[in-house]
Structures are given as C-alpha cells and as structure tokens.
Design a protein around this ligand. Structure first.
Ligand SMILES: Nc1ncnc2c1ncn2[C@@H]1O[C@H](COP(=O)(O)OP(=O)(O)OP(=O)(O)O)[C@@H](O)[C@H]1O
Ligand SMILES: [Mg+2]
Length: 281
C-alpha cells in the first residue's frame, strides 16, 4: 500500500527550520493496522498528513499503490485523497451547522455521487456506526463519542483503502475510547482497511498489529502485543497457523492484547496540531 523512502519534512519558522521528519523509511502492507506513538512534537501528525496527501514531503518518496504522492500534481493528490483516504481527527472536525447525515454526505461530493445515492449511502454508514436514529442531529446535539462515530462514518462512506486516524480517542473518556477503538477494529477487519492510528494511549496502540515510535522525526518499530501473542500461541503448533495469525487480514483474538511486548508509556494526549479538515474530505 505504502512505501516511503527517506522522507523528510522541514518547516520554515522565521529564519529557522524545523526538521519534523528526518528520513522516514516505512512499508505499510495492504490491510495492515499500524499504530504510531511518540512524544509530543516529534512528527507523528506530520507523517500522517504526508501519508494522506494533506501535505507534501520536503524530500523522499511516498509511494502509494505505485504512485509517488510527492510528485503528483495537486489535483491528482486531491483526487487520490478524496477517493482512497479517510481521516479521523481528535477534534472530530464535523461541520457544526450540518446534520450528521449531511456531514457524512459531504465526503461524497468530490466523488460526484448523485444526491440520492449520497443520501442513501450516508444513512447506511451512520446505521453501521450505530447512529441510525441520529441522522438529523447536528454535532452540538451529539455526545463526543457520537460525534466521533459520525466522523468515522464520514471517513468510511466513500469506502477508502486507507483510514488515517490522528488521536481519534484523545478527547474521549475511557469507556467511549474503548467503544470507538472497538468500532474501528470491526471496520478494519470487515473491510480489509489499511489503518494508521496515531495515539499517545498505549492501551489503544496495543490493539494494532505493529507499533511505530516517532522520535526526533525518525521512526522505529516494535511488535505490537497482538502480533506477538499470535506468534506465541502458534509456536509449537504447525507453521500454517503462524502465517495465518500474522497475516494482516486474518481474524484476531482480542485477548491477545494482554501479553507480549509492551510499548513504552508516553505522555498524556494533548491537542493535535491537525485540527482543520480540508474542504474535500
Ligand atoms: N505548519 C507548521 N509550521 C511550522 N512547524 C510545524 C508545522 N507543523 C508542525 N510543525 C513542527 O513540526 C514538529 C512536528 O510536529 P507534529 O505536529 O508532527 O508533532 P506530533 O508528533 O504530532 O505532536 P503531538 O503529539 O503534540 O500532536 C513540531 O516541532 C512542530 O512544531
Ligand atoms: Mg500530532
């Protein structure tokens, strides 16, 4: 799905330059769930924005299904983003004056879906996230967890290949966090999505197959508990289940989160720098 080579990103800050990414190499397989942790200000959101074509790298290659997002013309990047990438943000980023239904429909406008089909698909998407009875509510009339469900419906209604989530549970209490991660997990498993989830929360990160840690603009990896446990369980049995357990699209047991390597504890969530959504999402 993705193959990043030597990706750098520098931001000009007055006369100084901030090196947000300092040479990131990353391969993300189709159907993989990758979590990214790391201290605040170390490049996580920057990486996610580059994966989603919301921003361009200063150098390197961002191969997305055979096309280098760093080289594509802006209109083409916009097209890729509208068709193939769903975003979910910490602050939900719903349009406050639009109903849940209209917020979800908005994601289909750039794809030239007819009004009738938009309505129908948005209603189905909201039904899928458990909000079939809240179609006409505006965001202010919904709880935080419900607003995030609307945002997930908006991200998924266009049936993207990739879901990029930046601190999707950062504004939610623990129970709601667990609900939202459970929902994302179901969507990931049932739709064969590729998912990249930035989080400060180790409980959330451990649900992924692989955990990357961003530090000083560089990315390193540790195996997530889920993959580790799958391997441990299968050890001593046949080889085939090992492959099956580690394959991105195979069903997994949620109990696997309790053993294996643990990611480091990281600082508590803070406001994400990505708090505005582009008009085409
Ligand atoms: N538009 C910008 N202009 C200048 N500097 C920026 C810009 N966006 C990010 N930066 C800088 O780049 C670095 C990485 O920022 P980024 O938002 O990727 O961090 P992060 O790991 O997502 O942090 P957090 O956990 O707080 O969300 C930071 O030092 C930040 O100040
Ligand atoms: Mg961030």
């Amino acid at each position: 799905m993705y193959k990043l080579s030597a990706v750098t990103k520098n931001y000009a800050k007055g006369r100084e330059t901030v090196a947000a990414l300092r040479g990131v190499d990353l391969v993300i397989e189709d159907g993989e769930w990758l979590a990214i942790q790391g201290p605040t200000g170390h490049g996580k959101s920057t990486l996610l924005q580059i994966l989603g074509g919301l921003d361009r790298p200063s150098g390197g290659i961002v191969d997305f299904d055979g096309r280098d997002l760093a080289q594509l013309r802006e209109a083409e990047v916009t097209r890729v983003r509208a068709a193939s990438v769903g975003f979910v943000f910490q602050t939900f980023n719903l349009i406050p004056t639009l109903s849940a239904q209209e917020n979800v429909e908005a994601a289909l406008v750039p794809l030239h879906v007819s009004a009738a089909a938009r309505q129908q698909r948005a209603a189905v998407a909201l039904e899928t996230v458990g909000l079939g009875d809240r179609l006409r509510h505006v965001p202010g009339e919904l709880s935080g967890g419900q607003q995030q469900r609307v945002a997930i419906a908006r991200a998924l209604v266009k049936e993207p290949k990739v879901l990029l989530a930046d601190e999707p549970t950062g504004n939610l209490d623990e129970d709601t966090r667990d609900e939202i991660i459970g929902l994302l997990e179901v969507m990931w498993r049932e739709r064969g999505l590729t998912m990249v989830l930035v989080t400060h929360d180790s409980t959330v990160a451990r649900r992924a197959q692989r955990i990357g840690v961003m530090k000083n603009g560089r990315l390193t990896f540790r195996k997530a508990a889920r993959a580790q446990a799958a391997r441990t369980q299968a050890a001593g049995a046949q080889d085939a289940p090992v492959q099956a357990a580690l394959s991105p699209l195979s069903p997994r047991s949620s109990s696997s989160a309790s053993s294996g390597l643990q990611p480091p504890d990281l600082p508590a969530a803070k406001e994400s720098s990505v708090d505005s959504v582009r008009a085409d999402e």
